[in-house]
Ligand binder design. Structure first.
Ligand code: F6P
Length: 326
C-alpha cells in the first residue's frame, strides 16, 4: 500500500455550517500525521480547472467558528462528462495528489463514485450538508446549526402569529427529506409538520386546525418541508384556504438563512472528529467510503450505501409531534 504523502480536500454541494471546522481539522490532522493537505477551490469545477493550493496550519486559523466554506463550493456540469473527470484526474496527478477528501452530500459522493470507476485515486467522503439525509451517520455536519436557525426563526414567527391570531405555513429546507422539518417542528411546538416521507392529507390537516380552534387556539404554525408532496408552503396554504377561509393565513419561506451562521458546538465537534478520522482512514488505506458518527463511534460506509439507503426518519418523533400539538 503506497504511503499517502499528499491529500486534497474540497467542499461541494450546498454549503453547511461546520464545513470550515472540518477543513481545519483535515489540515491540522495532516500536520500531525506528516501529510501535506491541498485545498481544491470551488468543488469539482475547481478540480477540473486546477484551483489547487497547499494549505498550512495558519491558513485554517480562526475559521472554526465561521459559517460557509473558505474553499467555496460550486455545481459542476463539466464534471458530469467523462472528459471533465479526466481533466480533474490529470490535475490531481499533476499536483501529485495521492488521495482526496470530499466534504459534501449525496450529489458529491455520487460524483466521487463515478470518478473512481474511471480513475484510481482514493476518495473518502465526509457528510457535510444541512439535510441530514445520508445513511451511515447519525448527524451530518450543519444539521444541528440549521435546526437551531429554524427554531430561532419560527419562535419569532410564533410571536407575530399569536399577536394577530394567524395561521402560518413555514417552509424549511431538506431537499427530499423531512429531518429539518420534523425536529424543528417538535422543538417549536408546531401544530402540524408536513414531510416528504408521509403523504399529506389536507382534510386531516384541516381537522387538526379545527380541533385547535375548538380548544381556543388562536394561532397555529404548520412546518412544511420543501420536498413535501403538496409542493411546499405556498401550495398547501392555497389548498387550505380553498377549503376553509376562516384563517388569516401567511406563508414564510425560510430559504438560505438555514445554510449560514456560525456552527453550533455540536457541529464543530462533529466536523473536527470526522476530519481527523478521514485523514487517518486514508493513511490506513480506506477508500470509497463515507466517514460518519453512529452512537458516538466513527463508522465507515460505502458510498453506494450512504447515497442509496436514505437515512430513515425517526418514527417515534412523528407520534411525539402529534401527541404534543394539543
Ligand atoms: O442540500 C442542501 C440544500 O440546502 C437543500 O436543503 C436545498 O434544497 C438545496 O441545498 C438548495 O440548493 P441551492 O443552494 O443550489 O439553491
Amino acid at each position: 500500500m503506497p504511503k499517502i504523502k499528499k491529500i486534497a480536500v474540497f467542499t461541494s454541494g450546498g454549503d453547511s455550517p461546520g464545513m470550515n471546522a472540518c477543513i481545519r481539522s483535515v489540515v491540522r490532522a495532516g500536520v500531525s500525521f506528516n501529510v501535506d493537505v491541498y485545498g481544491i477551490y470551488r468543488g469539482f469545477q475547481g478540480m477540473i480547472e486546477g484551483e489547487i493550493k497547499l494549505l498550512e496550519s495558519r491558513d485554517v486559523s480562526n475559521i472554526i467558528q465561521k459559517g460557509g466554506t473558505i474553499l467555496k463550493s460550486a455545481r459542476s456540469k463539466d464534471f458530469m462528462e467523462k472528459e471533465g473527470r479526466a481533466k480533474a484526474a490529470a490535475q490531481l496527478r499533476k499536483n501529485e495528489i495521492d488521495a482526496v477528501i470530499a466534504i459534501g452530500g449525496d450529489g458529491t459522493f455520487t460524483g466521487a463514485k463515478i470518478f473512481q470507476q474511471e480513475h484510481d485515486i482514493p476518495f473518502i467522503g465526509i457528510p457535510g450538508t444541512i439535510d441530514n439525509d445520508l445513511y451511515g451517520t447519525d448527524r451530518t455536519i450543519g444539521y444541528d446549526t440549521a435546526l437551531n436557525t429554524v427554531v430561532d426563526a419560527v419562535d419569532k414567527i410564533r410571536d407575530t402569529a399569536d399577536s394577530h391570531d394567524r395561521l402560518f405555513f413555514v417552509e424549511v429546507m431538506g431537499k427530499d427529506a423531512g429531518f429539518i422539518a420534523l425536529r424543528s417542528g417538535i422543538a417549536c411546538g408546531a401544530e402540524a409538520i408536513l414531510i416528504p416521507e408521509n403523504k399529506t392529507d389536507v382534510n386531516e390537516l384541516l381537522q387538526i386546525l379545527k380541533d385547535g380552534k375548538k380548544r381556543n387556539k388562536n394561532s397555529s404554525i404548520v412546518i412544511v418541508a420543501e420536498g413535501d408532496d403538496t409542493g411546499g408552503a405556498i401550495e398547501i396554504a392555497k389548498q387550505v384556504k380553498a377549503r376553509n377561509n376562516d384563517y388569516d393565513t401567511r406563508v414564510t419561506i425560510l430559504g438560505h438563512i438555514q445554510r449560514g451562521g456560525s456552527p453550533s458546538c455540536s457541529d464543530r465537534v462533529l466536523a473536527s472528529r470526522l476530519g481527523v478520522a478521514a485523514v487517518q482512514a486514508l493513511a490506513e488505506g480506506k477508500n470509497k467510503v463515507m466517514v460518519g458518527e453512529v452512537n458516538g463511534q466513527m463508522t465507515f460506509t460505502d458510498f453506494e450505501k450512504s447515497i442509496k439507503h436514505h437515512q430513515k426518519i425517526e418514527k417515534g418523533l412523528e407520534e411525539l409531534a402529534r401527541v404534543l400539538a394539543q
